[in-house]
Design a protein around this ligand. Structure first.
Ligand SMILES: [Zn+2]
Length: 322
């Protein structure tokens, strides 16, 4: 943040254009990366993700009481197995973003993800908040997280999601330096896009997220806070069904971010099961990991902008929705 002669931060209304424009253009959405058809001729890509944070949320905040840790342990012990079973029953692959500390606490779970054909991807070391870290700490933790998952499973992750989608001034550079091919932490579009750094293409594919398609804001509460957003799971399912239906009509991506310790509870998994039933009633659905979606999106980068851009103007086909 710019500072005045006295060292006080300059208020934003006094910033010159180069300052506010510079902030906006540091990390920006570039070309939209939606192929005319998804692999297999599919009209929609369904990319489910689960952030297996487990105990790392309280640990990150230095909360070490057995009571708080048990709420995270539930995700590993009860939530994750239930989710894996549901995905197997629907034959749906997913991406599991797992903090390295969580993977070290539950190595069999991390290995089960890749063994069952799912993708394991980076989600920080201990669910740290990147905007509170300096560049060197953030880089070291991200590199260590990547190494840890690689050692545990024998496969090097290609994707990353910043913990809490907290994206610092250093994050993009670190992702590029460590060789990630896609990120899933930003919210500039419904569809995948190429990330620009100061207006220049980076080759990094973004698979965007949003709090609307995340279970945490609907179901989690702070015991000592005033916000208690306990939603009815079937109301949440309705929101996600609307998101899927629109993605289907647009020929785009339906992406979801869930947490084993949140959605894994019995009464909430109903929402996911019924959503999967709704999706399964459609033809032309491509279920894919985030890495697979990133790869299909990256192929658009190899085509001239005009031919890929044609997709953006394709009319919706509401009559095709069951
Ligand atoms: Zn997380």
């Amino acid at each position: 943040m710019p500072t005045s002669d006295t060292g006080e931060p300059t208020p934003s209304w006094r910033w010159p254009e180069e300052t506010w424009r510079g902030h906006v253009e540091a990390v920006r959405a570039g070309r939209r990366l939606v192929p005319a058809r998804w692999p297999g001729g599919a009209r929609v890509a369904v990319a489910l993700s689960f952030d297996s944070d487990h105990e790392t949320i309280p640990l990150r905040d230095g909360e070490t009481s057995p009571g708080r840790l048990a709420q995270g342990e539930y995700g590993a012990r009860a939530g994750a197995p239930r989710i894996l079973e549901l995905l197997a029953r629907h034959q749906v692959p997913a991406t599991f973003f797992m903090p390295a500390v969580s993977a070290r606490l539950h190595p069999d779970e991390a290995r089960a993800y890749t063994r069952d054909g799912h993708e394991l991807a980076v989600h920080g070391w201990i669910h740290e908040r990147n905007t509170l870290l300096g560049h060197d700490d953030e880089r070291e933790l991200t590199a260590r997280a990547l190494e840890t998952l690689t050692e545990l499973t024998g496969q090097r992750p290609t994707g990353i999601r910043t913990p809490s989608w907290d994206f610092s001034d250093s994050t993009l550079r670190i992702m590029l330096e460590l060789g990630f091919s896609y990120d899933s932490s930003l919210m500039a579009d419904d569809e995948p896009y190429e990330v620009l750094a100061k207006g220049r293409p980076t080759g990094l594919v973004e698979i965007p997220v949003d709090w609307i398609r995340d279970d945490a804001p609907y179901f989690t509460m702070d015991r000592y806070g005033s916000v208690r957003p306990h939603s009815r799971p079937r109301d949440v399912r309705e929101i996600w069904v609307d998101e899927f239906d629109a993605a289907y009509r647009a020929g785009g991506v339906f992406q979801l971010t869930l947490h084993p310790h949140v959605i894994g509870h019995r009464s909430r998994l109903v929402a996911l099961r019924e959503l999967l039933d709704h999706i399964a009633a459609h033809t032309g659905v491509w279920y894919a990991t985030h890495a697979q979606v990133a790869e299909a999106s990256r192929a658009v980068l190899r085509t001239p902008p005009d031919s890929a851009g044609a997709h953006d103007t394709r009319p919706d086909h509401p009559e095709a929705t069951p």
